[in-house]
Design a protein around this ligand. Structure first.
Ligand code: ADP
Length: 628
């Protein structure tokens, strides 16, 4: 039994190919995790890093509480099952299963006990004296599973174990592996490119593309709430339909207009999390609807299309069509106007029929046309709040508040501007009062719908906030972006300050032993790095590390102002930035500018700053990668 933690894992192969980027996941004991994605997306590489068969370029991996980055595969208590079975052809099934245990010098009677137990579970007791070539593919795969089973590992890793089997056997083995997972009560990590395997077997699924994690979620959440167009298209067969549309809000409904001018309506309440800039009737967005969420109707509701092909599968019928009302010339090219509909109990549809597709408004998806990210995030990424300004006063959300100095400078006297405010930056306070229309639980957070004209603002609130009541709120001004005429004039202050620096080592004799000390150097400020961080940087970049420039990240709240005699970095204060709720000093240190949080009465021309080495994150400047 074991839980596993992968934290910011990267894999860069020796040829420079970046196969896995910033992979993080907490895997609980007994989970069945599936890595899924097209060939080459980094699934096997990640699995092999977990097994210890591939080195981890950067990041930390824990099994239980133990850091295992450098632990030998045999010490990890992990068993791996390969696609190719990897059985020894000259050995019997029994010997194949006993082989690993014999290598570990286990007593012969215990080996026998374990092999017999595994053989019973896998129903291969009658084949123990056979050689692999005398067995079917499915039986061989069971032997491969048996060889892992006898080791009684904490974690099972399975790399496309069923891809050599025919469809029927694959379906049967799928059920058997799921049952095996239930009975063993251990952690399984399973790699496949087959989304049906992923959906049917995983308790959670990691969808990957080109080395990046796209979404980690339960099968049903992936199906119902895909984070982006890739996940939406990858999960589900036939694939989700995608169309270019515009959205226009008209009172309590939103008109979805297709390129051929057909329209459908969706109640605004269902789309209230979509930012209003997508609802103006001229921003193209991607509309997604699954084939099973479209009804076929004969009246002129919805999308008119002509049937190009019908697949009758007995239990269901897949109807293929083309938007419009004529078949036109045949072309294989997908011009973005093809449609697939899955219906049951309809055997009256023929090629050439002109029908209307009526999407279920509860099952619609919308994605940004450029980024392909969903517009229906469970927690909207930001709210837009209009501000009217005059001098040092501002009017927003029906209240008059002082306009912070930083905003005055940024907007350069503009009388109107907008704030982009993430939900976590709207907090209880006394600047304006808003009514809480609704509260929705999102994972372990509470998302409040605050009434704001005819739309909502979204804020994360604590347990004391109740539906239907009004509350006082304030905005964390340093966490917002400021826009004048849609152009960003001020960015939110990032959590982490960034400084460029070098890395060095010294070798000293301590009690007759040579000991290495590693340092982060920013100008002449030298911070001793923890030895493990030092070794990590050294192992990633080799001896080149002492010539490289690194980016050191420090959480801003961890930067202290210290006395002149303490170790630190001298900094000249260039200006004080007044955000209203907080103040920052913009300082220059080692020729680099950075912002530091300061007390309300701060007024020094020059300071010395310091931070602790264990708060420093190190980033490679050669490839975009967090090293430690
Ligand atoms: P998947 O299992 O998702 O098909 P892999 O993890 O096997 O993908 O590979 C991810 C990427 O890394 C691919 O582009 C592959 O070509 C590349 N790759 C795999 N192994 C090596 C290697 N030893 N050296 C260089 N590149 C590799």
């Amino acid at each position: 039994m074991a839980n596993l933690k992968l934290s910011h894992i990267y894999k860069v192969y020796e040829n420079g190919h970046k196969a896995v980027n910033d992979f993080s996941i907490d895997i609980a004991d007994r989970e069945f995790i599936v890595f899924v994605g097209p060939s080459g997306c980094g699934k096997s590489t990640t699995l092999r890093m977990i097994a210890g068969l591939e080195t981890i370029t950067a990041g930390d991996m824990f099994i239980g509480d133990t850091l295992v980055n450098d632990m030998e595969p045999k010490d990890r208590d992990i068993a791996m099952v390969f696609q190719s079975y990897a059985l020894y052809p000259h050995m019997t099934v029994y010997e194949n299963m006993a082989f690993g245990l014999r290598n570990r010098k286990m007593p012969e009677n215990e080996i026998k006990e374990r092999v017999m137990k595994a053989a019973k579970i896998l129903d291969i007791e009658d084949y123990l004296e056979r050689k692999p070539k005398e067995m079917s593919g499915g039986q061989r795969q069971r032997v491969a599973l048996g060889r892992a089973l006898v080791r009684d590992p904490k974690v099972f890793l399975l790399d496309e174990p069923l891809s050599n089997l025919d469809a029927k056997l694959r379906a049967a083995m799928r059920t058997e592996i799921t049952a095996l997972h239930k009975s063993l009560q251990t952690t399984f990590i399973y790699v496949t490119h087959d989304q049906v395997e992923a959906m049917t077997m995983g308790t959670r699924i990691v969808v990957m593309k080109l080395g990046y994690v796209q979404q980690i979620d339960t099968p049903m959440n992936l199906y119902n709430e895909p984070y982006n167009k890739f996940v939406a298209g990858f999960i589900g067969t036939p694939q989700m339909n995608f169309f270019d549309v515009t959205l226009k809000r008209e009172g309590d409904k939103v008109i979805v207009r297709f390129t051929n001018n057909d329209t459908i309506e969706v109640p605004y309440e269902k789309l209230s999390k979509i930012h209003h800039r997508y609802l103006n009737g001229d921003t193209t967005v991607t509309f997604g609807i699954r084939p099973e969420h479209i009804a076929l109707v004969d009246d002129d509701r919805g999308l008119k299309f002509v049937v190009t092909n019908v697949e009758r599968l007995g239990n269901e019928t897949i109807v293929y069509g083309k938007l419009g009302d004529s078949l036109g010339e045949f072309t294989m090219k997908d011009e973005g106007n093809n449609i697939i509909v899955k219906v049951i109990d309809r055997d009256d549809i023929e090629v050439g029929d002109v029908i209307y597709a009526d999407p279920n408004p509860n099952k619609v998806h919308f994605f940004d046309a450029q980024t392909e990210v969903t517009l229906m995030n469970k927690i909207p990424p930001y709210n837009t709040i209009a501000v009217k300004a005059a001098g040092d006063q501002a009017e927003l959300l029906g209240s008059k508040v002082p306009l912070p100095g930083v905003f005055q400078t940024a907007v350069k006297g503009a009388g109107e501007f907008e704030l982009s405010v993430p939900p976590y930056a709207i907090v209880k306070g006394d600047d304006f009062k808003l009514k809480v229309a609704r509260i929705e639980k999102v994972d372990d957070q509470r998302l409040a719908y605050l009434e704001y004209g005819d739309e909502y603002l979204f804020a994360l609130v604590d347990d004391e906030v109740k539906e239907g009541d009004g509350y006082g709120f304030s905005i964390l001004n340093d966490k917002v972006n400021v826009l004048v005429n849609d152009a960003e004039v001020l960015k939110a202050v990032e959590e982490e300050a960034s400084l460029a620096g070098r890395f060095s080592k010294t070798e000293v004799k301590e009690n007759g032993n040579r000991v290495l000390h590693f340092f982060y150097n920013i100008g002449d400020y030298q911070l001793e790095a923890a030895p493990e961080q030092g070794y990590k940087i050294n192992s990633i970049d080799g001896d080149g590390c002492y010539k490289n420039t690194y980016r050191y990240g420090v959480p801003r709240e961890k930067i202290r102002i210290v006395g002149k005699d303490e170790p630190g970095l001298d900094a000249k204060v260039k200006e004080i930035l007044d955000y209203g709720n907080v103040r920052y000093a913009n300082v220059e240190a080692d020729g680099q500018e950075l912002m530091i949080r300061v007390e309300p009465n701060f007024n020094e021309p020059a300071i010395r700053i310091s931070f602790d080495s264990h708060d420093v994150s190190v980033y490679s400047t050669k490839i975009d990668m967090k090293i430690c």
